[in-house]
Design a protein around this ligand. Sequence first.
Ligand code: ADP
Length: 443
Amino acid sequence: MKIRNRLSWLVSLTAAGIFLLYGWSIYELDSKFYYEEFYKRLEERMVMVETEYKADPHEFENDDWNDPLDAYYEDKELAVVLDEDGSQLLKEILNQEWKYPLTEIETFRFEADQKQGVGKIITDNGEKVALLVLASDKDGDEKLNFLKRSLFLEGTIAVFLLVLVMRFEISRLLMPLENKIKRASIISADRLNLRLQVKNPEDEIGKVALAFNKMLDRLETAFEAQKQFVRNASHEIKNPLTAIKGEIEILLQKERSLKEYKAALSIISAEADRLEILTHQLLDLEKVNAIDEINDPEIFSLEQTILEVVEKFPPQLVKLSLVEAENSCFVKGKSNLLLMALSNLVENGLKYSNNIQVEIRFNMIHQQGIITIIDQGIGIPTDEIKKIFQPLYRASNALFAKGHGIGLSLTKKIIELHGGTINLDSIEGRGTIVTITIPRLEF
Ligand code: ADP
């Protein structure tokens, strides 16, 4: 069932229930009031009847007097002379068990055949006489009936109007949601630039739309990265393939000397090697990207891993500045992965500076190991820095050097798998500083 219908039903039933309860309580209170009021009036009448009877008992001698049973069905004042078995007579008149004493008492109330009655036993000339006043409250009944009818009518109109207003209001409130559903349904992979309109970011619908738009932002970025990856990958594969094809075509044009064949084949072999390296790097990247956390992590010293990185390079090319800390910085993860990531950064520093010495600094601040790799190379153009971690992306000034643009994205993922962060600052023509933080393991 649609939310709109569900809400309408809920409101209608609740409103109807409330009006029913309200009407019923008003009716009950009023009918109790009229009932009580009518008894009081009957009691006042009884005072007059007693006075009248005592003044002239014969006044009461009429048909009703002689035939009280008949008179019973009218609104009547009766004086019944009671014999020995007076209660039996009263029982016949009132058609119910007589439960009042036959002695003089204050007025008593009773009901008979849907009428209200007030009675009193008096002694007149040695005889016991029951004075009865019996009547139905026609006026009260009419008023109650009128009240019942008007409550029903007003209640029905009120519920009807409320349901109409609520349906209208609910539709109005849900209208933006319907529009958003329509718009969301036309957003597809090739129209990811579309966004939902957010008129009121404070209400629930606005918040859902904002969250949806943010999700689209992330999807668009991911799609764009994917497209960029495919573009870059085709480019990286196309270059060696074009070179290989070109060499083969030249060879096939005519008969060549052995020397020429060898020269061409060695170019083909080098380009095939490039392709092989690219494939391996892509597979490495895919493997690392596929995991969210390191399986069977080991605990190792970060300083030790940095020393191993330094040892991989000729001593004159890498300078290490270690700030001595009280305790060693142990981290959790895979030292061989971290070694690969850090080595890659040092290699880049050397590659893009034509082997000017690279400096590695290590420090510990706030329980974090901070590694800084500084080079004095060609730097990266400012507007390209944000794309530099995309797989296969190579800056426009770096194309002279060999490479496929995979190392940095691999490095970033490895650092993230160790719970760390990587940041790159660069000035074109001056050099690059890469800062890495890795959380230290607390024992
Ligand atoms: P590769 O070096 O194989 O191209 P990377 O992923 O390691 O791939 O680097 C991606 C790109 O980032 C490089 O092509 C280069 O443009 C730029 N880059 C990375 N490190 C440096 C650096 N230290 N100095 C200048 N440019 C760099």
